[in-house]
Ligand binder design. Sequence first.
Ligand SMILES: Cc1ncc(COP(=O)(O)O)c(C=O)c1O
Length: 443
Amino acid sequence: MATATRCARCDGLERRANVRRNGGRRRVATRAASSVARNPNMAQLKAGYLFPEIARIRTAYLEKNPDAKVISLGIGDTTEPIPAAITKGMVEAAAALGTVEGYSKKGGYGPEAGQADLRKAVAERLYKGTPITFEDVFCSDGSKCDISRMLQMFGAGRKIAVQDPSYPAYVDSSVIMGHSTGFNDGVKQYQNITYMPCGAENDFFPDLSAARDAELIFFCSPNNPTGAAATREQLTQLVNQALETGSFIIYDAAYSAFVSDPNCPKTIYEIPGAEKCAIETCSFSKYAGFTGLRLGWTVFPEALKFSDGYSVRADWTRMMGTSFNGASTVAQSAGLACLSDDGMKAMEDLVNFYKENAAILKRTWEEMGYKTYGGTDAPYVWVSFDGRDSWEVFTEILEKTQIVTTPGAGFGPAGNGYVRCSAFGSRENINEAARRLKEAYSK
Ligand SMILES: Cc1ncc(COP(=O)(O)O)c(C=O)c1O
């Protein structure tokens, strides 16, 4: 067995078995690579995760064009400061952690599922009138992290269905967790994952029959990237099918605060029976600008059971106990401030600001004769380029206008032919973007 000895020059430990003497000089035998095999699931992933890839292209463009005034309508990150009614709660919580009394109450590890007052506020403010109770609400560091942990909890080899196009974390996390068997280059889809096309031809609501054999169906409404919000009738269809086939729906409501159409539910639990077949994940990221602060929640209703009758909520409790130590206490205090009367009003104003941005972008494209979708119940405008290659359009827009968008194909093969414009931006940038687009794209 190799024994460790401390090296005088580097003050580190070296393994004696690997050290060879060479004419008084010591030579350390190294291997070209470690003996650790790469996770084959990671090896299956195509390219980088979409948004860091877009950020990389933006940086490369700026390196080549250092004077360019690039406007980003790409990644979908929030830009406006967190409203004062919310930061106030956070500042007070942070200061309290510096006192003996405050630390004894909220310092140290908190409950993995989140503080009870926050869970209660989420249930009362956002799930009133539904079967959801505060015990069903699990607070976390965000939806993306919960999606990944969820797939870990369900275990490898599940049959997954997604809307196509969709938020890339569903497919990428599924591949990492071993739910796919490889990538099919011909159709640009991962095997064993069912892609349900959503386009103008089906009003962005998929043919659900393709997912009848799926165990887990990811469904995002309002949708990222298409901006489509599902109606009550459509969600009823989704829930009824899941109840009939025994699938679970993983419902992503990250943009539900943007819904203003009264016929589009803000939570899937408005649909009767959803508590028996749906998990809902949501986040303060886009509601209140918490993309960096990190706070979200996922609902696991008590009535949700595995095929053997075991509680899914109990497994999630076990999962969080193992893989998570609770969201930051400061972030949770900020979340509580969001759900106060003043916080709710501030979030509404913020969401309305971004919706006005969306209206400006949508109007700009439409006045130039482009067909657009979304942008009324979501912060994304989905612009059709009549089947043109979306990476080519993305590059062209960047070069002609110095505006970063997101190519539709980055969200799945059915996204080709479109680009997504995000409404997250200052009003000044959005107006300037509209001006540049008009200059370059007026037909
Ligand atoms: C549909 C969707 N779900 C989840 C997330 C991630 O949310 P969080 O910031 O809570 O991880 C995003 C972020 O852009 C999103 O678009």
